[in-house]
Write a protein that binds this ligand. Sequence first.
Ligand code: NCD
Length: 301
Amino acid sequence: MDIKHVLTADQFTRSDLDAIMARSLEMESIVAGGGSKLCDGKILGALFYEPSTRTRLSFETAMMRLGGDVVSETDVTFSSQTKGEVMEDTIRIVGGYSDVIAIRTKVKGEAKLAAHYSPVPVLNGGDGAGEHPTQSLLDLFTIAKHHRIGEERMRVAFVGDLKYGRTVHSLAKVLRNYDGVEVSFVAPEVIQVPDDYLEEGDEVHYELSDEVLSGADVIYDTRMQKERFDDMDEYHLVRNAFIFTPEVVGKMKSSATLMHPLPRVNEIQQAVDKLPQARYFEQAQNGVPVRMALIAEVLGL
Ligand code: NCD
């Protein structure tokens, strides 16, 4: 595998995915064993220009578990970008301080631009309503732990804000590498998945029917991305479109997995957390070994 940057889920071949999953499993044992010194002397630059808890902290934890260090910028108001510095310059400078950069930006396509100017590998931690490729790998890792993806027929239903939800965009692309995965997209029309992520044979639904609920092996729910709506009236119309209550989750197979990239707002009730299908906290935890694997790969270690 020769991965320089991680910018889009399009870049992964099936053999890359197999290698990243295998490496992530090894990293999981390394974490359980107390960490490693693989990245001793290496520095991760974390540039997060949109709110983040899991992505930034799991990237930082990942680098620290590998024995490396972190420098981070988490609020654009404290960045020289507010003085008028262009992102290209920030990237050149931080790339001079660090060995690898994780970046989250408000603008679709900006991670790719950053990679163009960066002297070190860039990991896209979310570019606006574009993609979130590192999340899609931890999502895949979570699915692979509970389902025989690629080996048997399985149904994955994406639910929620499929227009602006970048985690959906990247995971939908990743799933195309596996045989037998049937994808459905469930959302009101105004936040349905953009055509770029749709493929022949996918199902598109505007309501969450009992048939979709009971037929799914994985349901991937998402938050309505309030901050990305141009029209707040539209947001208020769809914000309560789907609420996972214990009763709704009770219609899913007991072997099925309910995922969510988090943060959740009101779309999954807390009473659901104790049900066997609820695997979103485990999913978030998987961010550490998967990001350790990615950091090691792009550093050629
Ligand atoms: C998501 C994101 O930022 O795209 N969260 C995450 O990275 N785990 C989802 C969201 O904000 O709704």
